[in-house]
Write a protein that binds this ligand. Structure first.
Ligand SMILES: [Fe+2]
Ligand SMILES: [Fe+2]
Length: 137
């Protein structure tokens, strides 16, 4: 089973801490992928650990990014924060599909996580990074 979501240097924001956090988030999402493919007797324990990691680390990362945006008075701060909040609430909505024994539904959740994250890094996160670079002395 190959990883679907992998880090690519084109995703770099140039902010080292943020880039490391993004790399770690991709790995956490790929852990969920591995868990989905794990034997049923391991699944329940693994998925609850993975989800705790995902939610804790996502909240931490979003908080760090929002602090940075605020610090530089990023004009799209509110809209960006809303995207983060919408992601968190969508994850909460979809978490229940992980107790479904249907592999397709679990995969759908994992693909949603990975696609959202990659698109967000490539789009919205690049936008604040570009802005802040122009503001830095
Ligand atoms: Fe981010
Ligand atoms: Fe973001």
């Amino acid at each position: 089973m190959d990883n679907v979501f992998v880090w690519d240097d084109a995703l770099a924001t140039g902010f080292n801490d943020v880039d490391l956090q993004h790399k770690k988030l991709i790995l956490i999402i790929e852990d969920i992928h591995k868990t989905i493919e794990s034997p049923p007797d391991e699944y329940v324990l693994r998925i609850s650990k993975d989800l705790k990691k995902l939610t804790d680390y996502t909240l931490y990362h979003f908080g760090e990014e929002e602090e940075l945006m605020k610090q530089y008075h990023y004009p799209d701060y509110e809209a960006h924060k809303k995207q983060h909040e919408a992601f968190i609430s969508e994850v909460q909505n979809q978490i229940k599909t992980l107790s479904d024994t249907d592999r397709q539904k679990r995969m759908h959740f994992y693909l949603f996580l990975g696609k959202w994250l990659i698109n967000h890094i490539a789009g919205s996160d690049q936008a604040w990074a570009e802005y802040i670079k122009t503001q830095k002395p």
